[in-house]
Design a protein around this ligand. Structure first.
Ligand code: CU
Length: 151
C-alpha cells in the first residue's frame, strides 16, 4: 500500500469549498482580522506597508481608509502593470482576504514624522465601510525584507 502526500494546494481547495458551503445566513457580517503585516525600513519620509486582512464572515466589506499618527497621510494603492495608482477603497471578500504585498496592493505612508527603524512598530487604524475600525501594529523590518524567506 502506498501513501501519497496530499499537495497543499489540494487541501486549501477543499477547505475553500467547505467554507463556501456554509453561507446563507441573513445576518451575515464581516469578521475581520489582520496578519502578516510589515513595513520595510524606510529610507526617506515615505514608506510602504503590507498586511493581510482576512474575513471569516459571510459578508464582504471594504477597506475605505487607513490612518496613522506616524505619518501625515496614508493612502491605499494598487499596482496595475508596471505602475501604481491610489484607490478610494479595496474589497475584502466574504470568506476571503485582501492581501497587500510587494508588487501588488500596498499602503503608502507619506510625510513620516520620524523614520521608524527596524524592530520598531508603526500603529495604524484601518477603517471599513461597515465593520468598526481595527488597530494594527506593523513591525518595521529590514529595507530588503522578504516575507517568503522571513529575512
Ligand atoms: Cu504606491
Amino acid at each position: 500500500m502506498r501513501h501519497l502526500a496530499v499537495p497543499a494546494a489540494v487541501m486549501v481547495g477543499a477547505l475553500a469549498l467547505t467554507l463556501t458551503g456554509c453561507g446563507g445566513s441573513d445576518d451575515a457580517k464581516a469578521e475581520l482580522s489582520v496578519s502578516s503585516s510589515y513595513m520595510p525600513q524606510p529610507v526617506s519620509d515615505m514608506a510602504a506597508g503590507f498586511l493581510t486582512i482576512a474575513n471569516k464572515g459571510g459578508a464582504a466589506d471594504d477597506l475605505t481608509s487607513v490612518t496613522s499618527d506616524a505619518a501625515g497621510s496614508v493612502t491605499i494603492h494598487r499596482t496595475v502593470g508596471q505602475s501604481m495608482e491610489e484607490v478610494k477603497s479595496l474589497d475584502v471578500p466574504a470568506r476571503g482576504q485582501l492581501v497587500f504585498k510587494s508588487g501588488g496592493n500596498h499602503l503608502m505612508f507619506e510625510n513620516l514624522k520620524r523614520q521608524p527603524k527596524q524592530g520598531q512598530k508603526v500603529t495604524v487604524e484601518l477603517h471599513f465601510a461597515k465593520a468598526g475600525p481595527i488597530k494594527a501594529e506593523i513591525p518595521v523590518k529590514s529595507a530588503t525584507y522578504n516575507p517568503a524567506t522571513g529575512h
